[in-house]
Design a protein. Structure first.
Length: 517
């Protein structure tokens, strides 16, 4: 890819970007949020059309108008959020994407399943082709996505944040399998923010900044700190001074003797099945959840996605009612609360799905930051809205949170995912809070933005804010948490703040860490 240009309206996403991928290599693509990484790969996969530049495959110029055009040339893409139908089997999901058939005859599922399993064995990615996708772990679902691309003939794989939802063991296994794939001649592109994984797995690294190339280098010739410096243009403290990221307990108010802000006691909610039990691997909601969060502490809920975190988030944001047990904030019984009730008593909320609950793409950055305070002076009252004040506060937030826009009137729908996340966090922290529920607060953010958010959460803790952090990122847990729980199959287990024990518990091993609470 040479001289690639792409604009969205007045926003320039790519300006002469270059990317060269060799046969049989793992090539990491890095950059800040909004640097153009996803746009560049979306162009390669036919999801976006370039404004200028050239794409060559094996030296031949190509133009991909659709993803099917890219697939026909041996290019496959595995998105961060999997594109699988849970109620279909593995082989049905694979065939659903196969547009290569030249007849109207339905494929023989048994024959196709055997072909897929033979392919899986060949690449060391074992899977049962007849299993229903909803019964698979997150790591197994990702394996299906990779196998689907290989089944369709992919010789180049683009992986967008491939380790975002995996346990530490699954990450290790995936990186080993990717190396095996590369050794067979498959070319692999990894878009990631995890620099340790880049150093472990990549042959070469390309860094983009503001839509242009900074440098392409061998991974062996650089370091995490240097890569971060290329990405954000400065030294990043979480890499150069990791111990400086947190205020020490002696510097913070003691929380142990204080009355908890948040209390959950025996809470059950969601789709658990008391008849068939909870060991079938299917969605089960929350089962007998008990925890407390005090002023001035960060309590982390770690775990692989799909183990009840969404239901816990929904309870704590007022979208899901408690079926059993008690839910208290500052002594207020909130088992049957509405989202507005939580806002009124000072609960801030950073949702895990920024686009479904965090932002409204058709509204401006300024309005998104203010919309849950439109009836509060000075922004407005029940009868009027102060548009000038909304723009003023929006502009201040753009500067304070380093949101990359031309001005606060820009629509959120034009922002990169990372900058949209900054809008969500800016709104959540715009009010005086007693409790912050932060679900995946740094998902999709670059290392510089992660440093900023971690600092922000630490500062809020030092000022007495109680924070419940729901995250799949072990680095985030280790950097911030005062106490740690792991959520597995709808239950909580309190775990010592030890990386290995947390990782074991995320995978379902509880023998070493105690009984579920």
């Amino acid at each position: 890819m040479t001289g690639i240009r792409k604009s969205f309206g007045s926003t320039v996403a790519l300006e002469g970007a270059e990317f060269h991928l060799h046969h049989g290599e793992i090539h990491a693509l890095l950059g800040e949020n909004g640097a153009g990484k996803s746009t560049l790969m979306n162009i390669l996969y036919g999801l976006e059309q370039r404004d200028g530049g050239e794409i060559l495959v094996d030296g031949v110029p190509v133009n991909f108008g659709t993803p099917q055009d890219a697939v026909a040339k041996g290019i496959g893409m595995v998105h961060q959020h999997f594109k699988l139908v849970p109620r279909l089997s593995v082989i049905e999901n694979v065939l659903l994407s196969d547009r290569r058939s030249r007849t109207f005859r339905l494929p023989d599922l048994d024959v196709a399943a055997k072909e897929l399993e033979e392919l899986a064995d060949r690449y060391g990615l074992p899977i049962c082709a007849t299993d229903q996708v909803s019964e698979l772990s997150v790591g197994e679902q990702q394996r299906v996505e990779i196998l689907r691309s290989l089944y369709l003939g992919a010789e180049t794989l683009i992986l967008d944040e491939p380790t975002a939802s995996l346990t530490p063991l699954e990450v290790t296994q995936l990186l080993a399998k990717l190396r095996d794939l590369a050794n067979t001649g498959t070319s692999i592109v990894i878009i990631t923010h995890h620099l340790d994984e880049v150093m472990e797995s990549a042959d070469r690294v390309t860094v983009l900044r503001s839509g242009s190339n900074v440098r392409t280098t061998k991974a062996a010739d650089t370091s995490q700190a240097e890569l971060a410096r290329m990405m954000v243009g400065r030294d990043v403290r979480i890499l150069t001074q990791p111990n400086a990221m947190r205020t020490q307990p002696s510097e913070r108010p003691s929380y142990e003797q204080r009355r908890p802000v948040l209390q959950l006691a025996g809470v059950g909610a969601g789709a658990h099945d008391p008849v068939n039990g909870s060991d079938d691997g299917l969605k089960r909601g929350l089962l007998d959840i008990s925890l407390a969060v005090h002023p001035g502490e960060i309590v982390a809920i770690a775990g692989v996605e799909g183990n009840g975190q969404t239901e816990l988030e929904d309870v704590l944001s007022g979208f899901l009612k408690v079926d059993e047990g008690e839910f208290w904030i500052d002594g207020n019984d909130l088992a049957s609360c509405q989202p507005s009730d939580l806002l009124d008593i000072g609960v801030g909320y950073i949702p895990s799905d920024r686009y479904r609950r965090g932002v409204i793409g058709a509204l401006s950055v300024a309005v998104n930051i203010s919309y849950d305070r439109v009836s509060e002076p000075p922004i407005g009252t029940q009868l009027w809205v102060n548009s000038r004040e909304i723009m003023k506060q929006g502009s201040q937030a753009v500067e304070e949170f380093s949101i990359v826009v031309q001005d606060a009137a820009d629509l959120v729908g034009t922002l990169s995912g990372g900058n949209a996340q900054r809008v969500v966090i800016a709104r959540a922290l715009a009010k005086d809070l007693r409790l912050l529920v932060a679900a995946q607060p740094t998902r999709g953010l670059d290392v510089g933005a992660i440093e900023f958010i971690w600092d922000l959460l630490d500062q809020q803790r030092s000022q007495g804010l109680a924070t419940l952090l729901i995250t799949t990122d072990l680095d985030e847990v280790m950097a911030l948490a005062d106490r740690v729980y792991v959520m597995y199959r709808g239950r909580l287990t309190e775990v010592p703040n030890d990386r290995e024990l947390i990782g074991m518990a995320m995978g379902g091993s509880s023998e070493e860490v105690g009984d579920p609470r």
